[in-house]
Design a protein around this ligand. Sequence first.
Ligand SMILES: [Zn+2]
Length: 283
Amino acid sequence: MKPAYKKNQDLLSEIKNADESSEKFHLWWLGQSGFLIKWCQDYILLDPYLSDSLTDKYSLTDKPHIRITEQTLNPKDLDFVSIATSSHNHTDHLDDQTLLAINKSSQGLRLILPKANVQFATERLGKDSGIELIGIKENESIKIGNFTINGIAAAHNQVERDEEGYPIYMGFIVQFGNWAVYHSGDTLWHDQLTDSLLNWSIDVAIVPINGNDPSRRVAGNLNGTEAATLSKAINAKIAIPHHFDMFEFNTASPDEFTKACESLKQPFCVLQNGQGWSSATLK
Ligand SMILES: [Zn+2]
């Protein structure tokens, strides 16, 4: 198993001690698609998966989800987090074990998720979970605390909609101060994606790299070249890859992504699980 770059108390103290000036912000990759953003004294947690629920669920099946990198944090230690997002219903993006544990510690978690998924999430988390579910539509903005979250439709593998036309796979743009971070969720390229993203001045694009590999017949997500190309097309100041290094059957080397970024002159930063990044490093 790959060690985390930092974990548990070491990581928590780095997070808590990170500079709280409004001039900059910080983020940490917690594993898979999970990121924690800190700006001033405010936190937002994106698609956290901090458990072994998929490994346990599939352990006796022909699709074992073997974890390849250590868990970075115990969700019960995230008692300072009260806002989270879920991009879609797959367990690595909507993990009841993680979300219930955080909610128990923080006593009041608000979860932003696609409006189409509120019913499903209510069932997964339990009607009496105490987690407040806030459904968002595509191109809608919702202000929560000092963060504004904007919904972007995602294609996993297609843009799929519920009966009322609301997308069930989404990405989010999180705005705060002068900053905007795009978290893709799980997505392939689709017709409206660049157009909707070009409405924003995106500082950080968090993009998946584990998909679209014809030799493995995997789609689901962008591959490294596509993730770099998308980041360039939306003028992201920096691109950070996600959705690798978690499960043995569904990972990718970041090399293709870094090569593509270099040839496109797209600035990038490849993090390890438990590693942080600060906007102070932006040129
Ligand atoms: Zn996923």
